[in-house]
Design a protein around this ligand. Sequence first.
Ligand SMILES: [Zn+2]
Ligand SMILES: [Zn+2]
Ligand SMILES: [Zn+2]
Ligand SMILES: [Zn+2]
Ligand SMILES: [Zn+2]
Ligand SMILES: [Zn+2]
Ligand SMILES: [Zn+2]
Ligand SMILES: [Zn+2]
Length: 754
Amino acid sequence: MAAAEHQERNNDLREHMVGILFSRSKLTHLQKQVCSHIVQAIRKETVRAREEWESSLSCETLGTPGTPEEGQHSAPDTYCFEMLSMVLALSGSAVGRAHLAQQDHLLRHLLSLLHTGSARVQRQVVALFRRMLADVPPQSLALILGVEVLPAHDYASLHTASQDQDTAFDPQKQGILDVFLAVIAKALTVQLKTKGSDGGKITVAQGKGGVTSVTLATAMPTPAANSPRWWLRGHTTQKQADLIINLIRDMSMGKLSDTWAKVSKAAIAENIINLTRLHESDRSCAATCLATPTLWLALASLCVLHPDHVDALSSQHWQATTSSGDPHNPEPRPTCENHDDGETLAMILCEECSSNLCGECDRILHLHRRTRHHHRTVFRQEQEAIKVDLHEGCGRTKLFWLLALADSTTLKAMLELRGESQRTRGSIAATTCRFCGAPAQPSLLSPAPVCQDSDCQEYSREACVRTHDCGHLCGGLKGENTCLPCLHGCSNNPSLKQDADDMCMICFSEALSAAPAIQLECGHVFHAHCCRNVLTRRWPGPRITFTFSLCPICKVAMSHDVLGELLSPILALYEDVRRKALMRLEYEGLHRAEAISTPGARYHNNPAAFAMDRYAYYVCFKCNKAYYGGEARCDAEAGLGDEYDPRELVCGACSDVSRAQMCPKHGTDFLEYKCRYCCSVAVFFCFGTTHFCNACHDDFQRVTNIPKAELPRCPAGPRAQQLEGEECPLHVQHPPTGEEFALGCGVCRNAHTF
Ligand SMILES: [Zn+2]
Ligand SMILES: [Zn+2]
Ligand SMILES: [Zn+2]
Ligand SMILES: [Zn+2]
Ligand SMILES: [Zn+2]
Ligand SMILES: [Zn+2]
Ligand SMILES: [Zn+2]
Ligand SMILES: [Zn+2]
């Protein structure tokens, strides 16, 4: 903490000094020379970082990140970091910036460090790009990167260009933002739901519940170290990806320059449109598709989608009427000859039936053994049709063969291949499973066919049996009071902001229509079983926290009729913790703390949130009540989800080994114990004899083996550390460390200290 602050002050000073040195309108010869020396130094550091990165990639054991983590940058990156700090300081002045922007070599090094540098070096590089890019024309960056053509500013023409070009699409061709988007792509996780026979082609090990997580590093063949896109290797952290997401968003919003805004938006569009140009063999299954850089860069682009893209990118002929006036769509679009309503658009031509069919009719007519092998072609308009949506921070694109979504907050993505048998979920007429789209036989028991998969069977048992006026099946739960609004875009319910194709933001592995869903009071829709799972699993780790009970999208408390049974004990616990925390806050005299009383402060007028963030509570395994276990450590996150034994979480009243006296006012409600090995409030009670605080419990094998004579005296810090000074952190007199001690009633004890 202090070191970082020191570093920052150091940087400010440096920036100030360089600012004075370079404050003229022109650089002197000497100054230019200093600059070129710095660039030289950075070049050497870049070469070294690349070498280290390469060797870390080649000897990478499973699970270790490709770039050094925070804190591991002790010696090796110091020089590089110092040099970049100089450049950063230089970039603070307009003359400095202008000069730096012309240093092609420097830009080249920075682009390399973007992928190979340590975490703090990467942060500096991003900060530098933020300052410098406005002075670097996109053409210059293109030249440095070896990008032949900049994407057209007008996406519509981008789209037609893909139609006119009959030359094969080269998935290896580089785009102007690829080197940045790759940082995002390498942090993404794609969750694939592999059901029964469905996912046979995925070779990656399958996780729990038939969900497979794949990353670029596991799914894509590794590019050669000397290929132009060598940086499409390894993986990045969420933090690094977030930096780039913010940078690209600011670029497209015009915060750097208007030129870059246009180029960035076009580059994002280009990467998404490239999906329509993928070769047929690449789209045959999820595995082949995930093996292309095109898919990963498109997913990364979905994370930085700009609202402008939604209209501009969705092709004019997506479900367009037979408007022949459209310049991009000269031929009128044929309609389905089986529907014969002059309205339903055809998307497939069967040469053997010699008829134009819509997706659904095509599937039904070609289900039979005799017709199954008919040679059919998908209309070109359909092949190139693309729809782009931005729902609740989640970018989505829909093509005739693919539905891809990526969420920029969690960096999770979902992929659904529609294959040749067009899936039409939620449709009553189909002979495909209403949930997963696999072939299924109609049944008398349910209004729509359901396949034999055990999950789908389970979903079908609890699914609503009603059909909406629009003809779509209700996607809700059996017996619901009000039906879930139609998820197929037929409802004009203003609270509905998602649709059937949006992924469930709890499981991130299936579309909302793939299982019965519920709309929470906040308006957001999730799978019913996912909501139940979240509420049953509760908080991670021993300390009680309530974020799990909030809507993952808007953070409003989850609420729905069918969740009532699960929610009521959670609400009761919440009230209990809230009450106890507020009481403690008042007794400690903190209810008038600045963080609560100052307008604009984080907890202004919200003492409950302040108290609940400050104090840690645990559920007693014996009496099931919430008990106090000390102040929440700011690094509490680090221990989240750690293995622990819930049976060792016992409140003071239920572990009263030294028979403490009852408090005349509060009984044993707030009875607290001291950690046997330090002067902290105990959380754990182990072996039926010993109280531990969090830290001493983590380190119990060491602390319990310290001979009694060598234990620290009061004041003793966590992990049995000897503290300086005289005053006990708990402000009590107690027997020597190593003995059990009841602190008494927590509320009254603290009240006395004031
Ligand atoms: Zn199914
Ligand atoms: Zn319903
Ligand atoms: Zn509908
Ligand atoms: Zn779900
Ligand atoms: Zn919500
Ligand atoms: Zn208890
Ligand atoms: Zn302790
Ligand atoms: Zn003490």
